[in-house]
Write a protein that binds this ligand. Structure first.
Ligand code: FES
Length: 105
């Protein structure tokens, strides 16, 4: 598992933080927003993983999400899924497809 990376998504009126995961050579990206409370999954320390399970783990109340689907595996996020950031890979670079994001607003 490659360490996740935070990045910023810019909209006309604000910036939203997201994170990129590389699991088994495949990239996944999500808004850095828990589905329990709208707070970041990491405490701004870029630490997203419960290494024992290779799962995205929220330090706040212990919600655990599947990296590939973003679905809540356990915790107070109860069945919800992280807001996915669709990715486009072009010439070895990854691009977020902004108009396909559910911003959760
Ligand atoms: S804020 Fe995410 S589990 Fe509570």
């Amino acid at each position: 598992m490659v360490s996740p990376r935070n990045f910023l998504l810019k909209r006309s009126d604000r910036e939203t933080e997201a994170f990129l995961i590389n699991k088994a050579g495949k990239h996944y990206a999500y808004l850095n927003l828990c589905r329990h409370w709208s707070v970041g999954l990491d405490f701004e320390d870029n630490d997203f993983f419960f290494r024992g399970w290779g799962m995205a783990y929220l330090q706040n109340h212990g919600a655990i999400y599947y990296p590939a689907s973003g679905e809540c595996a356990s915790g107070p996020c109860g069945g919800a899924s992280l807001y996915r950031v669709p990715l486009l890979e072009k010439e070895g670079a990854l691009y977020a497809v902004l108009d396909q994001i559910d911003w959760g607003d």
